[in-house]
Design a protein around this ligand. Structure first.
Ligand code: SP5
Ligand code: ZN
Length: 342
């Protein structure tokens, strides 16, 4: 299958993150994309094409206009405020605090438009995030045009980004943007299957009240793992979306036996939904040696995942999400894709 990737995506180059209560080296780094790109070239998976530029309209179908304006204007405001280097929020409008009016101060804006301090925002973030979203859109367009599948080599990733705030290394929700674009291009029903180790809270929230986009996520139980505040099994959708959100929270330590049982249940639900197109939020952080995760999938299990997904028999847009064992990320990612190709 074809891969979509732009070198502009490498320009987002965070140095640190705040996680585990500490300032730590960033794990969502440019080499993640480079190693996947190298492995694609090495294995001959298929051509690597640059994204088309789709502009802001398809982003605004999923994200709030004021949030996009914040991202676009952030660096100028940050430097005008006398700040330099990557930016971290440190105060948020939780529970009894107000989300409007939106503050004027840069630190208020950072908190208003984020949900964690693990996601540094830098000079090139907006451009890299847009290129990443364009990669997802270009892959969606290839599949809408008749390709069986396409791979958007997205980074920064997307599935933690909500309509109006960023977090979890994600700024623009690439998978949601692709799914909405597919709907607007004529697909009546789209399923988004999120296999990243972490719950796809952003994608869930974006489609929570809709029955035209089925969201399913296999992930570590939020009682024990990031993002902690969404991803439980009783989140089944609301209003017209009731029954169209399906979470499979799994215990830490889950291996292929447990994971593939949930995958089968997800496959059954997708089959009953009968979508025109499948979007896979392809995180590779369920890997046994992932440095921030605690599932136990092996590199061979990612081949099995590719085979299972091919068995769905659906036009499929793969959108990369997480995966932080950089040395193995190329092999694991391309294992899924090459096994899907058969
Ligand atoms: C796209 C994606 O995978 N985002 C994940 C964001 C997770 N950020 C919080 C990381 C907390 C890591 N805790 C690791 C404990 C073991 N050292
Ligand atoms: Zn993840």
């Amino acid at each position: 299958m074809k891969t979509i990737f732009s070198p502009v995506q490498l320009a987002h180059d965070p140095k640190h993150e705040i996680s585990d209560g500490m300032l730590k080296p960033a794990v969502e780094i440019p080499s993640r994309a480079e190693i996947v790109r190298s492995r694609i070239l090495e294995t001959g998976l298929g051509e690597i094409l640059p994204p088309e530029e789709f502009g802001l309209d398809p982003l605004a179908r999923v994200h709030a206009a004021d949030y996009l304006t914040f991202l676009e204007s952030f660096w100028e405001r940050w430097t005008n405020a006398g700040r330099s280097g990557e930016a971290f929020p440190f105060v948020w409008p939780v529970r009894e605090l107000r989300t409007s009016p939106v503050p004027d101060h840069i630190d208020g804006l950072l908190g208003r438009y984020s949900f964690d301090a693990g996601t540094p925002l830098g000079e090139e973030t907006w451009f890299a995030a847009r290129a990443s979203a364009d990669a997802a859109l270009t892959a969606a367009k290839l599949v809408a045009g008749g390709e069986r599948a396409a791979f958007a080599l997205c980074r920064p990733p997307g599935h933690h980004a909500h309509g109006g705030f960023y977090g979890g290394y994600c700024f623009l929700n690439n998978a949601a943007i692709a799914a909405q674009w597919l709907r607007d291009a004529g697909a009546e029903k789209v399923a988004v299957l999120d296999v990243d180790y972490h719950h796809g809270n952003g994608t869930q929230a974006i489609f929570y009240d809709r029955s035209d986009v089925l969201f399913l996520s296999l992930h570590a139980d939020p009682l024990e793992e990031y993002p902690y505040f969404l991803g439980h099994a009783d989140e089944t959708g609301e209003g017209a979306g009731e029954g169209f959100n399906v979470n499979f929270p799994l215990p830490l330590g889950t291996d292929w036996a447990g994971w593939s049982t949930a995958l089968k249940a997800a496959a059954d639900r997708i089959s009953r939904f009968a979508p025109d197109t499948l979007v896979v939020s392809l995180g590779l952080d369920a890997f046994e040696r992932d440095p921030i995760s605690k599932f136990r999938l092996t590199s061979e299990d990612f081949l099995r995942l590719g085979e299972e997904l091919a068995g769905f028999g659906l036009p499929t847009v793969f959108v990369m999400e997480g995966g932080y064992a950089v040395d193995a990320l190329g092999v694991n990612c391309v294992n899924v894709l090459s096994a899907f190709d058969g």
